[in-house]
Design a protein around this ligand. Sequence first.
Ligand code: GDP
Ligand code: MG
Length: 624
Amino acid sequence: MRNRPPPRRPGPRRRPQGPRPVRPDAVGGGVAVAIPEGPRPPVELPAALTVKELSERLDVSAPNIIRELLQNGIIASINQTIDYETAAIVASDLGIEVHEQSVEDVSQVLDQTEDSPEDLAPRPPVVTVMGHVDHGKTSLLDAIRKTRVTAGEAGGITQHIGAYQVEVNDQRVTFLDTPGHEAFTAMRARGASVTDIAILVIAADDGVMPQTREAANHAKAAGVPIIVALNKIDRPDANPDRIKQQLTELGMVVEDYGGDVVTVPVSARTGEGIDTLLEMVLFVAEMGNYKANPHRSGVGTVIEAKLDKARGPVATILVEKGTVHVGDVAIAGSYAGRIKALFNDKGKRIRQAEPSMPAEVLGLDGVPGAGDRFQVVADEKTARALAQATRRSAEAQAASGAREASIEAIMEGIRTGALKDLNLVLKADVRGSLEALSSSIQTLAEHEQVSREIRTRIIHGDTGNVTESDVMLAAAAKGLVIAFNVRVEPGARKAAETQGVDIRSYNVIYHLTEDIEKLLSGMLEPEYHEVIQGEVEIRQVFKIGRTHAAAGCIVTSGTIPRNAQIRVFRGGVQLFQGRLESLRRFKDDVREVATGYECGISVEGFIDFKEGDVLQAFTREVVT
Ligand code: GDP
Ligand code: MG
């Protein structure tokens, strides 16, 4: 309790550190007034804040701040959020020194309190399936899911997201459908160790292969227990004993040979051994005694994320601790938002997600990357500030990041002879094209190798979209990603940017081999790719005569640059694509407009705007 009554007429509000200075004559007089200070220490400002907050932090009245903003051509209300740059301009106009809160400072906002043991409750184990390509990882995950689908869940077999939960003897187990140990490692590299148990799949008719070794090493490095599934035992040429021997050579001594490595013979095709495998998972999980505190704000990891035309950014997260609720405000990597909806692995709407539960999250203002941190925060203000700070640090990292896997760098390596291997990660739509591609590349490589001392190696080949793990693998091998008739997932794009990896897309084999030939001769041009810059929503349409129209918009995410291309969406459907013709704020042409601001946009060749339409702005940039 204070022993002085509050001042009757408070002076300007200050927030002095430490004890409040009082005038000597005020002591005992009952009135405490802040005395003017000497030079003020710089004021710390977050990456984004409202005008009101800025006024409080700078100790300048809100109308004065608003006036300063106006003089800089920015019309803002008291509750409007402005970014650090804008705030800094206002501050410097007012003669106040400011600096931006560093990411570390901002991250202190995060709830990092340790959970006390009595708050911890058992949670389902999280299992990742790893192994060599074609040994049956996907089939095994399918088989597990199918044996666990109850009659009530008819139609629930279709997988909606890259993770699912099944019940085994009344206990839940979470399976992560990562495309491989690369993703696992990429996530680990980002500090996300989401897996408790690894299932190492080895085809009993094939044996230990390079990726089997890699996967085993990745799991060992992460310190997670490994259960070996000897798959395809239905095959007549299956030879489990041979594999057990190979495992011993790998330093993994199986139980039959007196070691502690558990092996379970299974067939993803017939379902044989699947139950035993699951029991083994439960057994290992029991020893692991996995726990988390469900009664705190949710924390998790982004497993995968995409931009859905109708629903916007959709992130699949795995909750690690706490509970995530619809309506919570969260950050995911460098994006933020209020959670509009949550869906479980069966595509069913849920209200909340508890530890070890995978869930789809709607409401983020952008597409985060796999392995990004997901965290519920106090409010949208904090979320935005955190997201922006994360983005800045990611950008700084990208700017200084290694560019070793760019086309230029690879060609430089080829020209100078420093590069001995051209490492390729191949992703194709179907197995047939994958095989065709591999063999043409191999043929070409053998042909080229005569004249050049470069080996072309396919370090990873698989069907499916280009994922972040493909990019991470290419990055690690200083190689290229080749996408044949498949999409590049947003997370992969982002990873490619930060890691400096080239992704080249093809739909004609001949074009691909031609490019590789050019690459080997050091003559390949860089490829352009698309970068989504931001989105606006149309609030009002202005017809200008018969031939022109401008859309009065509000920027809902990102930034709209003057040089952008625009896609017009209505109800999630694309109507048009063309060049941004003019970008204005209050009759002035501007270079760019940031989130939260209004602007006027016209698009070359399109005038049929409607209120509610969404305009997406993107640019084309060289893949470097
Ligand atoms: P992944 O690359 O490890 O995900 O392997 P897939 O699950 O895609 O399987 C590769 C191929 O092996 C596919 O053609 C599957 O049908 C086949 N396969 C997977 N498991 C089994 C099995 O238990 N028995 C047999 N006979 N074939 C299998
Ligand atoms: Mg697979």
